[in-house]
Design a protein around this ligand. Structure first.
Ligand SMILES: *Cc1c(COP(=O)(O)O)cnc(C)c1O
Length: 375
């Protein structure tokens, strides 16, 4: 450095200049780890994880794949892309992968949104939506759910403006549980301008057993502006490996490859996902058991007098408003770590049978002690 004072005053600026858009980015609040009073069994039912440990066949593949972690992964994710193409019956060029479906969603927003553009989605819904939107400097347009915690697709259609680049439909909706029906989604898609990309987020697809559920691959097939977003994190039990994918038409799918983190999907995740697709029948037994538990839990809670929205996912929603914190604290005392959403409500993941039993017990006791309309 010379002794001369810098001409440019900016050179005396000592603070790193960060994008102002970051001020608008809410922090992701992860589900809390399990914690319980002394002598009480702790259950983490705060992150919609699969309570079953990995399948032995998948673990074996993971161990084998670990032997070559000195190498970069296959950047094109060839084997998994082909396996998905085969199992879904879509061309391989329509498949794009990412580091969890949250990663793919970030790729979607990076590929579509300039600062000031708008992303329309229901609210409450998945809390990653406002984060990925704000990161791009784009604007969230949140459309309130109806009284049954369902998407209001008409209102979402009405919220689309000239600046709208993306609409996200979360079905089943996290954290409330209801799905949108095939017929209403089809009518909605027929009405959305072709310039707007519609993301159908089906993170909980495998838990859906309602015959009126969206047949999303059918809806995407003839609509270049529709894409399907899926994950290996929930039913497949690979949340810790971070792998998800999109099914989209080639212009969108190739844009998602461009905006992906290079080598983001690691080799262990790729191998585990391929093995999990092969082992789906075995995994499906677990999913069926969780769905049976969901049915049991919802019936028990409703029997106690709770209003529980119809859920097609692996969780139930308590729309407790101001009393959310109270309820979450009572559950914590009994060993259950639930997910509280401010003063909107509380979400409980369907977990081990014992955890579900505790939930039913806590919810029943709480209602007896707080005999006000729980909805
Ligand atoms: C859990 C979840 C995801 C999946 O996240 P990953 O990044 O794949 O782990 C996506 N969308 C919704 C609505 C979710 O609840």
């Amino acid at each position: 450095m010379s002794d001369a004072a810098p001409e440019n005053t900016s050179d005396t600026d000592t603070e790193v200049r960060l994008r102002s858009a970051l001020d608008q980015v809410p922090a992701y609040v992860p589900g809390k780890p399990a914690a319980a009073p002394e002598g009480v069994t702790a259950y983490k039912v705060s992150s919609n994880e699969n309570p079953y440990p990995p399948l032995p066949s998948v673990l074996e593949v993971v161990r084998d794949a670990a032997a070559s972690i000195n190498r970069y992964p296959d950047m094109a994710v060839t084997e998994l892309t082909q396996a998905l193409s085969d199992s879904l019956g879509v061309p391989a060029e329509h498949v794009a992968t990412g580091t969890g479906s949250v990663g793919v969603l970030g790729q979607v927003i990076a590929a579509t949104c300039d600062p000031g553009d708008e992303v329309v989605y229901a609210w409450r819904s998945f809390e990653a939506y406002p984060i990925v939107t704000a990161l791009a400097g784009a604007q969230s347009v949140q459309v309130g759910l109806d009284d049954h915690a369902r998407h209001r697709l008409d209102a979402m259609r009405a919220a689309i403006s000239d600046r709208t680049k993306v609409v996200i439909v979360c079905t089943p909706n996290n954290p409330t549980g209801p799905m949108v029906r095939h017929d209403e989604l089809e009518r909605f898609l027929d009405d959305v301008p072709g310039r707007v990309l519609v993301v159908i987020d089906e993170a909980y697809l495998e838990f859906v057993d309602d015959p009126e559920a969206p047949r999303s691959l059918e809806l995407y097939r003839d609509r270049p502006n529709v894409m399907v977003l899926r994950t290996f994190s929930k039913a497949y039990g690979l949340a810790g490996l971070r792998i998800g994918y999109a099914v989209a038409h080639p212009p969108v799918a190739s844009a998602l490859r461009k905006t992906a983190t290079p080598f983001g999907v690691n080799s262990i995740a790729q191998a585990a996902a391929v093995a999990s697709l092969k082992a789906f029948d075995e995994l499906k037994e677990r999913v069926d058991a969780l769905v049976a538990e969901r049915t049991r839990v919802v019936a028990a809670l409703r029997g106690q007098g709770w209003f529980i929205p119809d859920t097609q996912a692996n969780f139930v929603w308590f729309g407790l408003g101001e009393r959310s914190g109270d309820f979450a604290a009572a559950a914590q005392q009994a060993g259950l770590t639930l997910r509280q959403y401010g003063t909107d409500g509380v979400r409980a993941t369907i977990g081990e049978t014992e955890a579900n039993d505790v939930l039913i017990e806590v919810a029943g006791a709480w209602l007896t002690e707080h005999p006000v309309d729980p909805a």
